[in-house]
Design a protein around this ligand. Structure first.
Ligand SMILES: O=C(O)CCC(=O)C(=O)O
Ligand SMILES: [Fe+2]
Length: 252
């Protein structure tokens, strides 16, 4: 992604990050003029050893709420077998709802499931294009996760599937309830711990965009932990670029 000349950041309450100082109105304007993308947003850089992310607010609260409601009408989530997950030969229910949309013929495979993309809806195209305008990257696929409340979650994983284009970051758009998002370095997970690398914890705001740049997903696992106090739903959209020739076949 290309960044504005000056980072103009409020705060995303990243617990372990240094927050850059907000810039003045003049420097923000100057940075906007320099930017080649039509929808420049104030980015915050989030860095740690082998972790490189950019975080910013892509949509205002009002627009994010409108998009959330439209997605509630439009998105068709998987049910039945497609809503299950396979780990070491065992089948589990996914503790959230999932859907995939994208360019024709795309299939995304992970944890033993092969998810075929439905055709983009108008709202998904709008969010995808806003993400492209803000980042300069194009995406041909989106995985949508819907968490009905704080009981729904996603366990630690890396999005390192071989069909993902390594030159394209994963762009995570959040709508709805604010949730914690935790990165943990792969060497800090196993016992005995190889090294002490602190986790990186973020709060993903309504309307926010988190760009996970290379090599983040090679070294860092991420999760959205259970948060029992959260009583309202959240939708996450992870826009990706899949290399067509590398996909596995969809299971018959
Ligand atoms: O809900 C989130 O923000 C995370 C989703 C995620 O990690 C994924 O779709 O791979
Ligand atoms: Fe992920």
């Amino acid at each position: 992604m290309r960044r504005q000349g000056t980072a103009c950041v409020e705060s995303n309450k990243a617990e372990t990050q240094q927050v850059e100082k907000p810039c003045t109105e003049e420097t923000c304007e100057a940075a906007d003029e320099e930017d080649e993308f039509p929808h420049p947003i104030p980015w915050q850089k989030i860095e740690a050893q082998e972790l490189d992310c950019d975080y910013g607010l892509l949509f205002s609260k009002e627009e994010a709420s409108r998009l959330f409601m439209q997605l509630e009408e439009e998105v068709e989530y998987f049910t039945g077998e497609e809503a299950k997950l396979q780990v070491y030969g065992k089948t589990y229910s996914v503790p959230r709802k999932q859907a995939t949309y994208g360019d024709e013929g795309l299939v995304y495979s992970f944890s033993g499931v092969h998810l075929a993309a439905r055709v983009w809806t108008p709202t998904l195209e709008y969010i995808r294009d806003a993400t492209t305008n803000a980042t300069g990257h194009t995406f041909n696929f989106v995985l949508i996760n819907r968490y009905k409340d704080g009981e729904d979650h996603i366990g630690e994983h890396r999005d390192d599937e071989r069909e993902l284009d390594p030159s394209c970051p994963i762009a995570l758009v959040s709508l709805g309830a604010v949730r914690d998002f935790v990165f943990r370095h792969k060497d800090a997970r196993k016992e005995p711990k190889k090294c002490h690398i602190e986790p990186v914890k973020l709060e993903l705001a309504h309307g926010s965009l988190l760009l996970m740049n290379s090599p983040t997903n090679t070294y860092w696992y991420h999760s959205l932990p259970v948060r029992k106090k959260v009583k309202t739903p959240r939708i996450s959209l992870t826009f990706r670029r899949i290399i067509k020739g590398r996909q596995k076949r969809k299971k018959e």
